[in-house]
Design a protein around this ligand. Structure first.
Ligand code: PAF
Length: 286
């Protein structure tokens, strides 16, 4: 496995691979890798001749400087895990290699067709501008045949699909299911920031989401929403930022279970200072 830090090095490798007709799977990450990421890498290794994993804590998608500062950075451990998983190239550039100071100074412009106005977009202004900006740059540099993203970041996935359809239609987006700890807690790099006790408490989030499933479709949507928030907040350490029950394609709130054939509940919860996201599919008969 090779570690590349310069864009030019990556381009050279990619040009070489393309000239040999090799297929490329790209797994974009911000590092601090866990089993969730490794499931994406394993899928990429199985489906492509060569897998490239990018490890880059992307500053333009952080709206909170403290969050950017405290985001875990564990490159050496990440590299060891990637080597074992069969990744061939790690792309780990520096911020100044990716962005000009102008790009860092103002949000990337993109027409989200409304997908950014809800949920994460409401609470993290310009977050998705930064996500589409970096993913677009990585697609240009790595020219992947396929790119792999986790379903945990449900809204991100919908937005990346939109961006890809518009600007990189030849890239196939492969969505991979959420990987959970034994306790049910969705795997996340941010889990590293939880204390042992917070980690236990945080598993309550998925326990409540999973239990809620049995109330569909006989309980009204608004009532399930209210009860879910109240049940999670029974733990004093947990504070729900939002819980929305949405159409899985448009991400707009639904009012009744039969408004659409694809219904997902998306949640963000603070456990102390750590922001955790998760989602649950209530119906997908599309
Ligand atoms: O999901 C993430 O880790 C990031 O948002 C991504 C897609 C790697 C872009 O920085």
């Amino acid at each position: 496995m090779k570690i590349l830090t310069a864009k030019e090095e990556l381009r050279k490798v990619v040009d070489g691979l393309k000239s040999e007709n090799k297929t490329i799977g790209l797994v974009p990450t911000m590092g601090a890798l866990h089993r969730g990421h490794l499931s994406l890498v394993e899928r990429a290794v199985a489906q492509n001749n060569i897998t490239i994993v990018s490890v880059f804590v992307n500053p333009t998608q952080f709206n909170n400087p403290d969050d950017l500062r405290s985001y875990p950075r564990t490159l050496d451990a990440d590299v060891a895990l990637l080597e074992k998983a069969g990744c061939k190239y790690v792309f780990a550039p520096k911020v100044e290699d990716i962005y000009t100071s102008d790009e860092l100074g103002s949000p990337f412009q993109f027409d989200f067709e409304g997908l950014d106005k809800v949920m994460e977009g409401r609470f993290r202004p310009n977050h998705f501008n930064g996500v589409v900006q970096i993913v677009g740059k990585l697609f240009e540099l790595a020219s992947p045949d396929r790119a792999y993203f986790g379903e945990k970041d449900f809204q991100q996935l919908a937005i990346i699909r939109l961006m890809t359809k518009r600007y990189h239609p030849s890239v196939e987006i492969v969505a991979c299911p959420i990987v959970r700890e034994d306790s049910g807690l969705a795997m996340s790099s941010r889990n590293m920031l939880l204390s042992d006790n917070q980690r236990k408490v945080a598993s309550h989030i998925y326990a409540v989401l999973a239990e809620g499933r049995q109330f569909v479709p006989n309980t009204p949507v608004a009532e399930l929403k209210e009860c879910t928030i109240a049940a999670i907040e029974q733990k004093p350490e947990l504070k729900v930022e939002y819980f929305e029950i949405v159409d899985g394609n448009t991400l707009q709130n639904i009012e009744k279970w039969d408004d659409t054939s694809y219904v997902v509940g998306c949640i963000t919860v603070y456990c102390g200072k750590v922001r955790l996201i998760d989602n649950i599919c209530y119906k997908n008969i599309g």
